[in-house]
Write a protein that binds this ligand. Structure first.
Ligand SMILES: NC(=O)c1ccc[n+]([C@@H]2O[C@H](COP(=O)([O-])OP(=O)(O)OC[C@H]3O[C@@H](n4cnc5c(N)ncnc54)[C@H](OP(=O)(O)O)[C@@H]3O)[C@@H](O)[C@H]2O)c1
Length: 382
């Protein structure tokens, strides 16, 4: 029986994790569920999963949930409680599914404590990839990716010689604007950008998919997870989101992983790779799908894919700035303070103004992160 701590339990990945746990009550039990503000969802989850602990990291939400949890479920508040429970002896596995860099300290604590960590929170590797992988090497923590693309790479590499890998290709659906006239992208609404054709996800990541920043973040993530160089990494548009990634070996053999686009598959794989868990996702019917198509990424429509090449070849401070500037710009777009195409322009302008240096501690990560956010605010204000 694995005792789970779910960081970001109330979010899209958190709820899909709960779905997998509820299908396998003989294999997983909830030790702690951590949410931020969504009190009603947390009450629902607590009733279904009966965790030992609930944490609301937001103080007002913690107050609002007081007295409303099922009998026997204990309540804590704040990020320190999340950190303590993610690294507690009673936790066997942590699902790291908070959104944004807020998820870093609790996830790093879990890695340092040697837990099995299902890593959905991509900002962890994007902003502190070196720290995370070094910490995992020291503690023996197993970091298993939850993103469908990285879970695919993980499966295509399992049992194979890492030194024989020549290239890794991540697929991208191209999001809602794949076929849209690039000139019209300047005026798209938030609702249009959030409406992803294949995946049902949170608002921030849906907009990241529309700009393809999400794919850029995934390339950075893959760099750290699989120890790859910039020239070994690329992305290709695959509108059906059936093939999630491909790994090419030096003899020319290419292994791909296919599955219906449903996050319960990579989540279940991260929770227990083998033997495989039942997930309830639809079976893949390739005859019904008929076509699996691929096309190269158009840099005029998705300028971030050109920009990320420098980030992949550069040092940690560039990845931190890339992520931070995008978080600020993504939020500004959602608040209708900037246009859709201004998101990547903001990131580009911030990257042009930061140092390109390695980063050795979480404090340094926050320093570069804060600096990039300030620059992004300045760019947006101007
Ligand atoms: N959704 C996907 O299909 C998918 C796929 C691959 C990777 N990911 C990655 O997985 C992570 C989660 O994505 P998601 O789609 O599940 O996001 P989401 O639906 O927006 O959920 C985010 C979760 O993080 C919590 N949260 C938000 N702000 C927080 C803060 N300041 N401090 C602590 N917790 C906070 C939220 O709590 P409340 O709701 O209670 O406020 C919620 O539980 C992201 O890093 C995303 O990039 C997602």
């Amino acid at each position: 029986m694995k005792r789970m701590t779910v960081l970001g339990a109330t979010g899209s990945i958190g709820c899909s994790t709960a779905d997998v746990m509820l299908r396998h009550p003989d294999k997983f039990t909830a030790f702690a569920l951590v949410g931020h503000r969504n009190v009603e969802k947390m009450i629902e989850l607590a009733a279904e999963l009966h965790p030992e602990w609930v944490v609301m990291t937001d103080a007002d939400a913690a107050k609002a949930i007081e007295g409303r949890l099922p009998a026997g479920v204990k309540l804590e508040r704040g990020m320190d409680a999340a950190i303590a429970l993610a690294s507690a002896n009673e936790t066997d596995m942590v699902m790291a599914a908070m959104v944004g860099s807020a998820g870093l300290p609790a996830t790093l604590a879990a890695v340092e404590a040697g837990k099995r960590v299902g890593l959905a929170n991509k900002e962890c590797l994007v902003t502190a990839g070196r720290l995370f992988m070094d910490a995992a090497a020291r503690s023996g923590a197993e970091v298993v990716p939850v993103d469908s693309e990285h879970a695919a790479v993980h499966q295509c590499m399992a049992g194979h010689d890492r030194g024989s890998v020549s290239r890794v290709v991540l697929t991208a659906s191209g999001g809602p604007f794949r076929d849209r006239d690039p000139a019209s992208l300047y005026t798209v609404s938030v609702a249009e950008a959030v409406a992803h054709p294949n995946w049902d996800m949170g608002a921030k990541i849906s907009i990241d998919s529309a700009t393809m920043v999400n794919k850029a973040l995934e390339l950075i993530e893959a760099r750290w997870l699989f120890d790859l160089s910039a020239d070994q990494l690329s992305a290709i548009i695959h509108p059906q989101s059936i093939v999630h990634a491909m790994v090419e070996y030096q003899d020319g053999s290419v292994l791909a992983q296919l599955a219906m686009p449903d996050m319960r598959m990579p989540i279940a794989y991260a929770m227990q790779a083998e033997p495989r868990l039942q997930t309830g996702i639809d079976w893949l019917d390739l005859a019904a799908t008929e076509t699996l198509s691929f096309q190269s990424v158009d840099h005029a429509r998705f300028p971030v894919m050109r920009l990320v090449q420098d980030v992949l070849a550069g040092e940690d401070s560039l990845s931190i700035a890339f992520n931070a500037a995008n978080e600020v710009a993504n939020a500004a777009f959602r608040e209708q303070r900037i246009g859709f195409m201004d998101i990547v322009t903001t990131v580009e302008q911030v990257l042009g103004r930061v140092d390109n240096v390695p980063v050795g501690s979480l404090d340094e990560v926050w320093l570069y992160d804060g600096h990039a956010r300030k620059l992004a605010d300045e760019v947006i204000a101007s």
